[in-house]
Design a protein around this ligand. Sequence first.
Ligand code: T4K
Length: 399
Amino acid sequence: MNSTSKSFAIYGAEPEFENPVAVGQLYFPSWQRYERAMRGIFDRQYYANNGPLQTELEAKLQAFLGVKHVVCVTNGTFGLIMAAQALGLTGKVILPSFTFVASAQSLIWAGIEPVFCDVDPETHQLDITQLDSLIDDDVTAIMGVNLWGGASKVVELEEYAKRRGLKLYFDSAHAFGCEVNNKKISGFGSLEVFSFHATKILSATEGGCVCTNDDQIAARLRSIRPSYDKLPGAEIAKVANARMSEAQAAIALLSLEDFPKNQKNNETIFKCYRERVGNIAGIKLVEPNGISFSNYQYVVCEVDESQFGLSRDQLIKVLEAENILARRYFYPGTHRIAELDKYAENSCLPVTDKLCASCIQLPIGAPVDVKSVSRICQIIHEAQLESVSLRHFFDQGSL
Ligand code: T4K
């Protein structure tokens, strides 16, 4: 791509990438390994419900994460819904609004009122200094969310929750494999929930797990999951079918085996973005923070419109035309989503609002290599250099 404005695909030129480049890990094992795993399922004639692959996966995850119990489930959202039930939550739960909608929706499914907390402008993680002002007699728990391959202040949150007599758990959908003070995220708070969606570093295509060191919570989770078990000492009011299939577990086992390779590759790609976008005016790369080891699964940048010359949404349109499927995570902010907005009438979330209007997620994982990162960053750089004419193009309503 040369530096003249005419070469942008949004003006009608050929897109930079022939095929769409998605965000997300999008792990696909070799066909041979996949076939071998599926053949085992066919030989055993066993598809789901505590199958041998799910059992093997749970044991391997327990060892990898250094946590006593791993309960694999259909997806991360169901893990969060089950978490609320297993913890016996009632009343209200405080959580950041700057997260995927599933975090708050899990509370609605559990009949709990979400209380939205703002986030730290630098780290994007829950702002612990705001908690005091949000707690009333109905608040029973805090749900921390560990974002962008980083972590919220998990140790401080544990101390805080203990002092205030609140339960604490984490939506760690983005944090698989990350470490805080050289300890794997998995055992902070009463429990932690991971997502194994295809866009995550550990993929089961769809899937997730709940981790806990608490025997009773684990028994409750295992009672809820198959929709009928009543394990001793695990009284629960509601059950659900959240079983993980053997096909999901098969992919997850391969993905776990390849975690070191995928993490390393992400780290290399992330460093390449760091070098390339560092010099572009108005683009600030968010570093994974609060961790001693990151999965580097997310490349998130803040776009400062006044410096960059284009808004975040205009940049996304430029990239989309080039077949780069950058995303505005999280938009519009959980507290602005219909039916959840009613819980935010008295909330004050200026940082969340700013981030929801300015954050862009760029591709990482299997869809990109170092060479394509250079091409993506070059387009962003040229969009900045050509921002006046591109803005004129947008202002004229040409799109
Ligand atoms: N908490 C947090 C903080 C989360 O981020 C999430 C999920 C959850 C809880 C809930 O966990 P899950 O119930 O999902 O396990 C995606 C994912 O669906 C979702 O897992 C993720 N977070 C969320 C942030 O993003 P979408 O709707 O953007 O995903 P989707 O299907 O459009 O895929 C993204 C891109 O990847 C698209 O361009 C298409 C492409 N793609 C996707 C798949 C699945 C492929 O090219 N191939 C594929 O196989 O939500």
